[in-house]
Design a protein around this ligand. Sequence first.
Ligand code: ADP
Length: 527
Amino acid sequence: MLLGAVVLARSILVVIGSFPGDVSLLFVGVVIVFILTGATLIIPWNRIPLGWMALVPTLDIVAILIMWQSSPESSFGLLWIFPTTWLAGGFGLIGMYGVMIGVSGVFCVSVLLDPRQTVTYTTFLLPLVIVALAATSYLTARRTSAQRTLLARQAQLLRQVLERTRRQEQEVTEVLDAVDFGVIRIGHDGTIAVTNEAHGRLQQAILEAETDADSSATAYRDDGVTALPRDELPVERALRGEAFDGQVVWFGDPAGDRRALSVTARRVRDTSGRDAGAVVISRDVTSEATALRVRDDLVASVSHELRTPLTSILGYLDLAIDDPAVPESSRKNLEIAERNAERLLGIVADILAASSSSPSSIELSMSLADIDVADVARAAIESLVPRAAERAVTIDGSGLEPAHAYADPQRLRQVIDNLIANGIKYNRDGGTVAVGTTTDGRSTWILVRDTGVGISEVDRARLFQRYYRGNAVRGSGMHGTGLGLAISRDIVRAHGGEIALRSSPGVGSTFIVKLPAHQPAQEGADL
Ligand code: ADP
């Protein structure tokens, strides 16, 4: 096309001005160039092999030769640069060598054979330019094609990565939508970036359960009755950057239809360790929470009902044992019956205490005083010595130091009794239970160490839950309700203290009770 345009311009100049050469020869060359340009436009090149296209520049070379022959002094030879760039740039090495040899050969032969032309040093400048141009065009075309290939490969790679990312995203979405717990992804700027279908369902259920959707009082703490302030709602806490585990929240009026969610929030970090927001997971625990409450209510009412007839049985057994008319052999049986009835009463009392006990309800019934815990421990040891003797277990009270605490002596006795009784029960025959007390004037500690079976790590995490009994003792024939430690912890916490445990399975366990040494106000005065 470009060649056609240049030739057309030159032809117009010839028509306007005078031409010093053979006009008919020039005309033949021009016509050939025009025919070829027309052919270039008309022929559907994409349907025929690429090689045929080389015919056009090749014939152009001949046409230019004819035009040049019409007037060797004219600059028509320069037009060879068009087919040269085309052939060398478009047809690889063959095109390059072909055009170098072809054009230079045609040029040299015509110069040498033409008597009109004088050969000087500058005569061969044109073939040299053609050779250099062919080489440059070839190299440029190669580089361009290499870059194009590289770009195509990169584009393909990018497409694959994009496809893979899209697939992964889809898989993650499918998984998230398939699970039955709600997931919220909070971005580092506090915006909610992702939620799954289950979250939507839970939200919907909550809204349906709520009577007044705008009121923050429709959310309640895990006890189901204390209203939860808006800023303590799990999502609000997560937005503030808090991380927490299993916060139970009740939604809906206590008297109406309601839902309980257990919500966990975790902070997320990006690959460079910077804070990248949070993930909040919520699970519908309505049925579990309701079942737990129903169980506690049932247990409380059953054990309450059991207490009255049991007390009466014990009373009559007592009377019967004291009756001198009862023969000695029957008295022994009655005493066994009395011991078991007492045990039963103890269990019933424990169950009742557990089902009505929360640290707050214990607190209400406590009568606190400044006491020496060593005295309480000593009394507990004394009462348990007979039980220890049955299994040849020694109770070592040598570690009892005078240690004051601000506590309810009866409640504390319950705790120490429980710990020592466990120390005996879960000991080996002939083992030891060591009891110690100490204080630093601010806190007071009670230690109960045994040489028993010890407690596995799995059990340690759940030991203080109500009704939980260790794997090793379940089905071993050892009696128990799994309530003693739960009640003990509630009592200790109601005192503002804590109970901890260290244990090596097979070696023994140590329970450590920490209590405040003084009344809180007094402690402030001390400071
Ligand atoms: P119970 O003794 O009635 O089962 P507790 O609440 O007192 O209930 O104890 C819960 C569980 O903790 C027990 O079932 C037992 O597996 C474990 N446990 C408690 N104290 C000890 C101890 N000193 N050594 C080993 N295991 C213990």
